[in-house]
Design a binder for this molecule. Structure first.
Ligand SMILES: [Zn+2]
Length: 288
């Protein structure tokens, strides 16, 4: 019995070393920050995780450089959203076709809503993303599968607690007041999960300056619906939202679609960002 245990331990140690040759960690790439944060939680330091989009850059209109491509070619896998968040994905996949780099679509098992790529903003979807990441890391590094599973379970607890907080807080607000005026149309999944409605000044990708007529429409909407606060994004241009706030006398608060940090070295964590978002949403729609 003892002998078998020793052999099993030895096999686990051997397979555990796969992908960690000579003490080097496996390289995992993520296509933008939300996936970087969730993958880092599951990996728990076992892999080197690289976020492709630099801090301060809006991922919707980012494209990889030649250096990024060189880095990617050393990756064991690339986690990407699979929902059109990465306009560059087909081109890059074709270019890396001959290498062993695998691309892992994290939207598996998630019900898509049209062209909206912001799946991660519903905590229940974040759980599914964590599941896909866990399965992939466990496949790459089978010796640590139990460790990844533990990290996944810890994430599930945190995400379920976050989901309950949202349900409780927003559930206390009458349906007709659950309206949020936002910069880019990032909150479709969040809104559907909690019975909110978003009024977005910009489109799904936050790509272009809104037209004067769209701004005027939003101003009229705010006045007609007695909206107290509107939301801007750190990574977007806050100028338009500032103009609308000035014109309507609304308060301006941040709402973070968790697409990336504003500056280098700033670490963000999904649950804390989502908790801050909830607090700001409640300031906007809750009782004064
Ligand atoms: Zn977005």
């Amino acid at each position: 019995m003892k002998k078998i245990a020793i052999i099993i331990t030895f096999v686990i140690m051997l397979t555990g070393c796969r992908g960690h040759d000579m003490g080097k960690k496996t390289k995992i790439y993520t296509s933008f920050y939300a996936l970087y944060d969730l993958a880092s939680d599951i990996s728990g330091g076992m892999e080197d995780i690289y976020n492709m989009v630099p801090a301060g850059t809006e991922p919707h209109d980012w494209e990889p450089t030649v250096q990024d491509m060189a880095g990617l070619s050393n990756a064991e896998t690339v986690f990407y959203s699979g929902t059109g968040m990465e306009s560059w994905i087909d081109k890059v996949q074709a270019a890396l076709g001959d290498t062993k780099v695998e691309f892992t679509d994290v939207s598996q098992g998630i019900e898509k809503k049209g062209n909206d790529p912001h799946i991660w903003l519903d905590p229940q979807n974040a759980k599914k993303i964590c599941r896909t990441i866990t399965d992939k890391l466990s496949y790459i590094d089978v010796g640590n599968a139990l460790y990844y599973e533990e990290n996944y379970n810890a994430c599930v607890l945190k995400l379920d607690a976050l989901d309950s907080k949202y349900k409780k807080a927003i559930g206390s607000v009458p349906q007709e007041r659950r309206k949020i005026v936002v910069a880019h149309e990032a909150y479709g999944y969040l809104c559907d999960a909690y019975g909110l409605e978003q009024i977005a000044v910009e489109g799904l990708n936050g790509e272009s300056e809104p037209s004067p007529s769209r701004v005027e429409e939003t101003v009229n909407y705010i006045k007609a619906n007695d909206i107290k606060c509107i939301f801007y994004e750190e990574l977007g241009s806050p100028k338009v939202m500032q103009t609308i706030a000035d014109e309507t006398g609304c308060k301006l608060l941040p709402l973070d679609p968790f697409e990336g940090p504003a500056s280098d070295g700033e670490e963000k964590d999904y649950v804390s960002v989502m908790e801050q978002n909830l607090e700001n949403i409640m300031t906007a729609i809750g009782d004064e």
